[in-house]
Design a protein around this ligand. Structure first.
Ligand code: NAP
Length: 350
């Protein structure tokens, strides 16, 4: 028997779609992604980008407060955060990204969602029921599919950046920032959006200094985040600068500095740094679709009808950042996850 709904992806869009589909009695099957080194390096591990962030302050319904008792009672012991398991002080003021994702996952499980921890290798949307094949070889047939695979952080593509990945170059301060190599040493963050400011603020807890390097003379980040960066004595803005080269020695030594070019015709500059953190936007995770669904020029899935999560294939729906290069918020991803589940439910009942 084909599955009624298969959901690919495990961020807020995927779990919200699963919660709605499960409550509509559609017995959803979620492919949550695989725990593999390649995914760790790319930033595409299960639970998505929120699992790589710190505190979430803007998700409605989760104000700052003690979350210990809630996390302890809502999650099974093996999925509780370390600080709850080990009875350590709460690390922040409210809920953080990984905790929020565990809660969403658990909510989907509570309503009967089944989960397979694997990546999707390929899909066949030419024939109905659709076929979805996982990297491990498991193939399932599905009457409807919701794609919620999100997006991943970009790199600049410099050879020197590649050389030092895992040896000082990273696109995830929250994952790597606390490593001993960065402690009490200067680090560099590239970018000018909310991510760059968030990463800089986070890194300032460990590093002796954070150089925030931006290619223009104005940040793109929201006002509240900008104010935080300007008020932080450890963060120094480097305006109108671009990363020309990551300097260092062969691993295990790794990064020792950067050479920054000028975007306004000034002289180049070298800075000492133990790490370089990229925060320059994202790429949608649509490689596995291999032309089976219409994508835009940047690779995002195209929603083919306003106010709907429809794609170019009837019965295949998209939700979250994989189809949204504009809003890209946890709450908007969750919203479209709900919409995609309702769309799938209506498609199945017709
Ligand atoms: P973003 O807003 O697209 O910003 C990307 C930044 O990288 C821009 O400042 C851009 O410069 C720069 N950039 C892009 N390509 C570059 C290149 N090749 N070389 C040098 N610089 C380059 O991305 P984001 O900061 O990841 O944020 C994405 C979304 O998530 C936004 O909607 C944001 O509000 C949200 N977000 C929110 C929070 C929060 O509220 N706590 C935290 C993180 C992210 P230009 O400005 O010159 O284009």
């Amino acid at each position: 028997m084909p599955e009624k709904v298969v959901i690919i992806g495990s961020g807020p869009a995927g779990w919200t779609a699963a919660i709605y589909a499960a409550r509509a009695n559609l017995q959803p099957l979620v492919f949550e992604g695989a725990v593999r080194e390649e995914n760790r390096l790319k930033g595409t591990l299960p639970l998505g980008q929120l699992a790589l962030t710190t505190e979430v302050e803007n998700y409605p319904g989760l104000p700052a407060g003690s979350s210990r008792e809630y996390l302890r009672t809502a999650l099974p012991p093996d999925r509780q955060p370390y600080w709850v398991q080990e009875n350590l002080p709460q690390p922040g003021h409210g809920i953080n990204g990984p905790e929020m994702m565990e809660l969403m996952r658990q909510q989907a499980v509570n309503f009967g969602t089944r989960i397979i921890t694997d990546d999707i290798d390929r899909v066949d949307f030419q024939r109905h029921p659709f076929t979805i094949t996982a990297l491990g070889g498991q193939a399932v047939e599905a009457l409807s599919v919701i794609i919620a695979t999100g997006a991943r952080a970009n790199y600049l593509g410099l050879p020197s950046e590649d050389r030092y990945k895992n040896h000082g170059v990273s696109a995830c301060a929250v994952c790597d920032g606390a490593l001993p190599r960065f402690r009490n040493k200067p680090v560099v963050v590239i970018g000018g959006g909310d991510s760059a400011v968030e990463e800089s603020t986070y890194l300032s807890k460990f590093a002796s200094k954070v150089y925030l390097v931006h290619r223009r003379d104005k940040l793109r980040a929201s006002k509240i985040m900008q104010d935080r960066a300007f008020a932080n004595p450890k963060i120094e803005l480097k305006w109108n600068r671009a990363l020309d080269e990551v300097l260092g020695s062969p691993p295990p030594v790794g990064v020792s500095g950067v050479r920054l070019g000028s975007t306004v015709g000034g002289a180049a500059e070298e800075l000492p740094a133990s790490g370089v953190f990229l925060a320059i936007g994202h790429t949608p995770n649509t490689d596995f679709l291999r032309g089976q669904v219409q994508l835009d020029a940047a690779g995002y899935i195209v929603w083919t009808k306003p106010q709907r999560c429809w794609t170019s294939v009837e019965g295949v729906f998209a939700a979250g950042d994989v189809a949204d290069s504009y809003y890209r918020q946890a709450v908007t991803a969750a919203g479209t996850g709900c919409m995609a589940a309702l769309d799938a439910s209506r498609f199945l009942s017709h």
